[in-house]
Design a protein around this ligand. Structure first.
Ligand SMILES: *[C@@H]1O[C@H](CO)[C@@H](O)[C@H](O)[C@H]1NC(C)=O
Ligand SMILES: *[C@@H]1O[C@H](CO)[C@@H](O)[C@H](O)[C@H]1NC(C)=O
Ligand SMILES: *[C@@H]1O[C@H](CO)[C@@H](O)[C@H](O)[C@H]1NC(C)=O
Ligand SMILES: *[C@@H]1O[C@H](CO)[C@@H](O)[C@H](O)[C@H]1NC(C)=O
Ligand SMILES: *[C@@H]1O[C@H](CO)[C@@H](O)[C@H](O)[C@H]1NC(C)=O
Length: 413
């Protein structure tokens, strides 16, 4: 009898050990997702939210990839932070890096189960903790399928996007406002809509070195064209339209855009125009001429509803729809260091001396030309405290929460 118990205990201990070793050896492998967020803070790319390929809301996974060390995309060492995540399952939200320490992840909007999601969440990597900051001033409805752009003064710009009607059917409509979240002073503001482009969602947007934001494409009542692009001057709070020329890419939404390392061009990738040849295009910011760059390496499938960040010398694409997780990595790397030829590669190589520099895109740019003195005039309109939880009925929910309803977007899938 005693022998049996002893054997049993030894077995139990062995099994515990095995389980432990196994857990340490199986790397965290996130499921494929789209309309997630990807935020770079201190060389770590934090991934949150989105929808699985069955259009159901992803779970509460929160994880990052460390870009301070070299790696190969065939072997991604995701670090799992899900256990500390307080953000409910959601998709189509917007994030930036900002805050008083300029090192905090701010998440705004998105779609979730009713009631349970706050409008804004913040994650501080130093504390490894999430919070729900109180934002004062004009409050707002929840928007989704939009991009958050951080300026050089801690303000997050949230233009247009989709919003749920207040009617019981929960119809999606287009928002046409420029919402501004000051992530340092934690207040809401509003920018000008005078001269703004037609409202849209799933567009692309990039912060330029001169305090202007460029907006491209998207979906309004149809796939929108790239024959014109829109510049929002954050200092003067004004909009400008630029006609483009050259090899104008086909209309698209769900694509990504980043600023080239020289700050002189916009690189766009993927979206609903997924023919591989048309997938990668460049816009010259001096003359607004489009062209197809010379590309080497193995050209990946086009992706839509992915994210793109510039990290070191690379345009880093994360997740999205349109590829097979079994044959292609969740992370794509386009080496954009050489303007004469961009290279798709599996190897992330860190910059020799400046591996601790957070975001070479920004640091390599010439300093902003406009003085930020005018910044203070930014508008604080009204003080209506609307409901934080404005999600309208979601008829399509299941036990996993909300299901994305792409058919409601009337889009190509
Ligand atoms: C935050 O850091 C970025 C570089 O990552 C810099 O461009 C920006 O000006 C900083 N913002 C503030 C408010 O200091
Ligand atoms: C912004 O305002 C400044 C100062 O009034 C002016 O010099 C500049 O031309 C304006 N920029 C644009 C794009 O209108
Ligand atoms: C900022 O740069 C863009 C792109 O080159 C340009 O079109 C725009 O006029 C510039 N804005 C200001 C205020 O200089
Ligand atoms: C961008 O346009 C400017 C003005 O036409 C030109 O000088 C420059 O060479 C162009 N850049 C590229 C990469 O084509
Ligand atoms: C919700 O879905 C059910 C079944 O699909 C349908 O019968 C019902 O009319 C829907 N309700 C609304 C408010 O759309």
């Amino acid at each position: 009898m005693f022998k049996m118990i002893a054997t049993y205990i030894i077995f139990w201990v062995l099994i515990q050990l095995l389980v432990e070793i196994n857990c340490q050896m199986i790397p965290f492998k996130p499921k494929q997702r789209y309309l997630h967020t990807a935020t770079l803070i201190n060389n770590k790319l934090y991934i949150l939210g989105g929808f699985y390929l069955n259009h159901k809301l992803s779970g509460n996974e929160f994880f990052y990839l460390d870009f301070s060390v070299p790696f190969n995309t065939q072997n991604l060492l995701w670090q799992d932070l899900s256990s500390i995540n307080i953000v409910p399952p959601h998709g189509a939200a917007a994030t930036v890096k900002g805050g008083a320490n300029n090192n905090t992840l701010f998440l705004y909007g998105g779609v979730s189960k009713r009631i349970i999601m706050e409008l804004v969440y913040a994650y501080d990597p130093q504390e490894n903790a999430w919070s729900t900051p109180t934002i004062v001033g004009l409050n707002t409805i929840r928007k989704r399928n939009l991009i958050g752009i951080m300026d050089y003064n801690g303000k997050m710009y949230l233009w247009s996007g989709l919003v749920f009607d207040n009617n019981p059917k929960g119809k999606l409509t287009l928002a046409d406002d420029m919402l501004i979240l000051d992530t340092i002073n934690l207040n809401w503001g509003k920018g000008s809509s005078v001269g703004a482009p037609t409202p849209r969602f799933n567009y692309a947007a990039v912060m330029l070195a001169n305090n202007s934001i460029i907006y491209l494409g998207g979906y309004g009542n149809k796939e929108l064209e790239l024959s014109e692009v829109y510049i929002y001057d954050t200092i003067n709070d004004s909009w400008d339209i630029k006609e483009t020329s050259g090899k104008i890419p086909s209309n698209r939404n769900g694509f990504s855009a980043v600023l080239g390392l020289d700050g002189q061009k916009i690189i766009i990738f993927g979206g609903t125009a997924t023919d591989a040849e048309n997938s990668l295009c460049i816009l010259n910011l001096t003359d607004f001429e489009w062209y197809i760059p010379k590309i080497s390496g193995q050209i990946p499938k086009g992706r839509m509803y992915h994210q793109a960040n510039v990290i070191g010398n690379y345009m880093v694409i994360s997740f999205g729809m349109g590829y097979d997780q079994l044959t292609e990595s969740d992370i794509l790397l386009l080496d954009i260091n050489n303007n004469d030829e961009y290279t798709w590669t599996n190897d992330f190589i860190t910059l020799p001396s400046s591996s601790s520099v957070p975001s070479p895109t920004v640091t390599q740019l010439s300093p902003p030309t406009n003085s930020p003195i005018l910044q203070q005039q930014s508008v604080a309109v009204g003080t209506i405290l609307g409901s934080l939880f404005d999600d309208s009925p979601q008829n399509n929910s299941d036990d996993n929460g909300v299901q994305e309803q792409p058919e409601k977007w009337n889009l190509k899938f």
